[in-house]
Design a protein around this ligand. Structure first.
Ligand code: ADE
Length: 420
C-alpha cells in the first residue's frame, strides 16, 4: 500500500495557506469558475490525477477541481518546482493527497507519478505528459479507467502528437497550451517575467548592459527577449526556423548561430524544447563567468553531462548556481541545475497569468466529462467558446470594457457585395 501523501513537512502548511490565499486574489476567473463548480458539481464522481508544478496557483486549481466534485491527487511535474509549504497546505487544509518534495531525486519523482496513477484516474491533467507517457508504457492496466485528459505545456503537446501519430494514444486529450488565452499570455508574459525573475533571484546580476542570448523565438522565448531588453540588455536570438528568425530580426534583435553568439554572450537562456542547444563546442567559446539558464520544460537543453566531463572542479557559490571550472580556468555558471529556471529559482509565472491557464484546465476537465463519449483518441484544441469566455471574463475582472459591433458593422462584415 502506498502512503496517502508524500510531502516535505506538514508543519509548513500555515505558510502555504497564507500564500495560496494571496495568489487567489490575482485569480478572479478561476474563482468564478470555482463558485459555479461548487453549485453545479460538473466533476462529481471523477477521480483526477494531476501532475503539475506544485505552486500556489496550482493549489487554487486543485481547490476548483475539488469544488467541482473531483476526487483529486497531485504529484510534481518537475523535481525542483515544488513549493513545499503549498504541498503541505493542500494535504492538511484541503485533504488532497500530494506527492511532491522540492529537490526529489529521479527515483522519488517517478514513485510519485506511480502514486498518482495508483489513484486510478478517470481524468489525467499533465504538464509535460509524464503521466500519459507512464500510463502508455509501464502502467497500461490503468488506462482502462481513463476517459480523457488535459495537457498544459508546449513540450507535452508535442509528445502527445507524436503518440497520436504512431496510432498509440489511448484516450482523448485537450491541448490546453493551444488556447489563445494560454500561450499568448502564460508562455509570453508569464515565462518572460518569471524567467528574468529566476535569473535575478539566482544571481542578483544586473541585466542592463549585458548581452543576453535567447535560444529560440517561440512564444516563451519572445517573452524572455522582450523582458530582457526592457531591463536594458542587448539581446541576441538564435533560431533554426527561418520564419521565426525573420520575425526576430524585424522585432529588432540580432540573430546569429549559437556558435557565434557563444563568444559574445554574458547570459544564455534556452527555451526551445530541444536537446543540447548549448553544447561543448559553444561552451568552449564562452567568456569567463558566462551564465547558462534553461526555461524549457526538460533539463536537456544544456549539455550538462559534457560540461561535467570537461570541468576540473564544480563549486556552489550561491544556492541556485553551480560553477564549473574548465581546464583553462574559465568559470561557467549553470543556474538551477539546468531545470526550468523560473520555477527552480523563483515561483513560476505570476498568479494573474496562471488564472487564465488554469481556467482553461478547469473548463477543459468539465468539457472532457461532458464530451468524452463522442471524442476519438486524439489531441484536441480547446473549444473556441471556452477560449473566448476566458478572455471576456478576464477583461471584465480587470474592469476593462470594449466596444461591440453595431448592426450596420455586423452586416458589413458579413457581406461580400459592399466594395469601393
Ligand atoms: N508553470 C509556470 N508557472 C507556473 C505556476 N506558477 N504554477 C504552475 N505551473 C506553472
Amino acid at each position: 500500500m502506498s502512503q496517502s501523501y508524500d510531502v516535505k513537512d506538514l508543519s509548513l502548511a500555515p505558510a502555504g495557506l497564507n500564500r495560496l490565499h494571496w495568489a487567489e486574489r490575482e485569480m478572479p476567473v478561476l474563482r468564478l469558475i470555482r463558485e459555479r463548480f461548487g453549485k453545479e458539481r460538473p466533476l462529481e464522481g471523477m477521480r483526477l490525477s494531476a501532475c503539475l508544478h506544485v505552486t500556489t496557483e496550482t493549489a487554487n486549481l486543485m481547490r476548483t477541481l475539488q469544488a467541482g466534485g473531483a476526487n483529486c491527487v497531485l504529484c510534481a511535474s518537475n523535481p525542483l518546482s515544488t513549493q513545499d509549504d503549498v504541498a503541505a497546505a493542500l494535504v492538511t487544509e484541503y485533504g488532497i493527497p500530494v506527492y511532491a518534495i522540492k529537490g526529489e531525486d529521479n527515483e522519488s519523482y517517478y514513485r510519485h507519478i506511480a502514486a498518482a496513477i495508483d489513484h486510478r484516474p478517470h481524468i489525467t491533467m499533465d504538464d509535460g505528459a509524464d503521466v500519459v507517457s507512464t500510463l502508455h508504457s509501464t502502467r497500461r492496466e490503468a488506462l482502462a479507467d481513463v476517459i480523457g485528459g488535459t495537457e498544459e505545456t508546449t513540450t507535452g503537446v508535442i509528445r502527445l502528437r507524436a503518440l497520436q501519430q504512431e496510432g498509440q494514444l489511448a484516450y482523448p486529450i485537450v491541448a490546453v497550451n493551444d488556447a489563445n488565452t494560454k500561450h499568448f499570455f502564460d508562455n509570453r508574459y508569464g515565462t518572460g517575467q518569471s524567467t528574468i525573475d529566476g535569473i535575478i533571484r539566482a544571481t542578483n546580476t544586473l541585466l542592463a548592459g549585458k548581452t543576453v542570448v535567447v535560444a529560440g523565438y517561440g512564444w516563451c522565448s519572445r517573452g524572455i527577449a522582450m523582458r530582457a531588453e526592457g531591463m536594458g540588455a542587448n539581446v541576441i536570438i538564435t533560431e533554426i526556423a527561418p520564419l521565426r528568425a525573420l520575425e526576430a530580426v524585424m522585432d529588432g534583435y540580432r540573430v546569429m548561430p549559437m556558435l557565434e553568439a557563444a563568444a559574445v554572450g554574458d547570459i544564455f537562456v534556452t527555451s526551445t524544447g530541444n536537446m543540447n542547444v548549448i553544447d561543448m563546442p559553444h561552451i568552449e567559446r564562452m567568456k569567463d563567468g558566462a551564465m547558462l539558464a534553461n526555461s524549457g520544460h526538460f533539463n536537456v537543453e544544456l549539455n550538462l553531462d559534457a560540461l561535467v566531463e570537461h570541468a576540473v572542479e564544480v563549486r556552489q557559490p550561491r544556492a541556485s548556481v553551480q560553477q564549473y571550472v574548465l581546464p583553462d580556468g574559465r568559470e561557467i555558471n549553470v543556474l538551477g541545475e539546468g531545470r526550468l529556471i523560473n520555477l527552480a529559482a523563483a515561483e513560476g509565472h505570476p498568479s494573474a497569468v496562471m488564472d487564465m491557464s488554469f481556467a482553461n484546465q478547469a473548463l477543459c476537465a468539465e468539457f472532457m466529462v461532458q464530451n468524452h463519449e463522442s471524442l476519438e483518441n486524439a489531441v484536441y484544441g480547446v473549444p473556441k467558446e471556452i477560449d473566448d469566455q476566458i478572455a471576456a471574463l478576464k477583461l471584465h475582472a480587470m474592469g476593462i470594457e470594449i466596444d461591440t459591433l453595431t448592426p450596420e458593422q455586423e452586416h458589413y462584415l458579413n457581406s461580400w457585395s459592399i466594395g469601393t
